[in-house]
Design a protein around this ligand. Structure first.
Ligand code: PGA
Length: 304
């Protein structure tokens, strides 16, 4: 689909400026008196996800990691078939060749499986690609869309990401839509504009009904794999800002019900503070998800 200047103007206006390169006022979200920022009011289920990226190197290593992880689930994580809507949902994203085996290993522990990417076409001459129906048939429930490594290394643009999001949804799976500003954009103080633009483009034609199955992951690109974690208060503020954009694109219900993860160098040391923030509903974890002990501590986060 085409993205018109209207969409772009909408995103910029929503972000609080008509000039993408004007310094942004730090986000001060405005909510109506009926809108609560309290996560408990939204009743959002925590979701902790491990993005294994192109790791580990062999199927056996992937099985070993899966088995180790199944032993580290705690009281708060969702057992299989649990009805408790507020237990912590745990999702792992292995590389495509390992999805089936890892899925078998973790299924009984209640861990959900996802795919790191799909191509938006159904089938055909697309060498090297996998379709939504392929990963669905392996048991995937989630698909990452718009991860910054896909955006920068594989040229996934917002139009392609939007097509993937729609394909994932119409295939009966749930996208985790990753958005976030680069270091240069952060330094230019256009974080909010970038995130608003990505949300508006990547969610084009996604209906209010479909938003129930969409998870957003706010991942500042400068924090991914760098050891630099966004300060919990700053991430919380950005998440609150993203809810104002969702409220404008949809309504207050969607804004309050959509789960928003933080991602970028999350570790056992940073997870508790991040998860104590009312707007942060989970984490998308890369490096630390490859170490079962570390990921086990992350999914068993503690908040006061
Ligand atoms: P990181 O990766 O935890 O290694 O920073 C996060 C991600 O890429 O989702």
């Amino acid at each position: 689909m085409k993205f018109t200047s209207t969409v772009i103007a909408f995103a910029l206006a929503a972000a609080g400026t008509s000039d993408a390169f004007a310094p942004a006022v730090r986000s001060v979200p405005t909510f109506s008196s009926t809108t609560s920022l309290d996560a408990s009011a939204g009743g959002r289920q925590p979701i902790m996800a491990g993005n294994w990226k192109m790791n580990p190197g062999t199927e056996q290593d992937a099985i070993d990691l899966s088995q180790a992880l199944t032993k580290l689930l705690g009281d708060e994580t969702c057992p299989i078939d649990d009805e408790n809507p507020l237990c912590t949902e745990v999702v792992v994203f292995p590389p495509h060749p390992f999805i089936a085996k890892v899925g078998e290993e973790v299924a009984d522990a209640g861990i959900t499986i996802g795919a790191q990417s799909i191509y938006f076409e159904d089938k055909g001459a697309y060498t090297g690609s996998v379709s939504a129906s392929m990963v669905l048939s392996l048991g995937c429930e989630y698909v990452l869309c718009g991860h910054s490594e896909r955006r920068t290394l594989f040229d996934d643009d917002d139009q392609a990401i939007n097509r993937k999001v729609l394909k994932v949804l119409t295939s009966g799976m749930k996208p985790i839509l990753c958005i976030g500003e680069s270091k240069a954009e952060y330094d230019l103080h256009i974080k909010n504009e970038v995130c608003a633009m990505q949300l508006s483009k990547d969610l084009a034609n996604v209906t209010k009904e479909q938003m129930k199955d969409v998870v957003i992951a706010y991942e500042p690109v400068w924090a991914i794999g760098t050891g630099l974690v966004c300060a919990a208060e700053d991430a919380n503020e950005t998440h609150a800002f993203l809810r104002t954009i969702l409220a404008r694109m949809y309504d207050d219900d969607v804004a309050q019900e959509t789960r928003i993860q933080y991602g970028g160098s999350v570790t056992p040391d940073s997870v508790d503070e991040l998860m104590s923030m009312p707007e942060i509903d989970g984490c998308l974890v890369g490096g630390a998800s490859l170490d079962a002990e570390k990921f086990g501590r992350i999914i068993n986060f503690k908040t006061e």
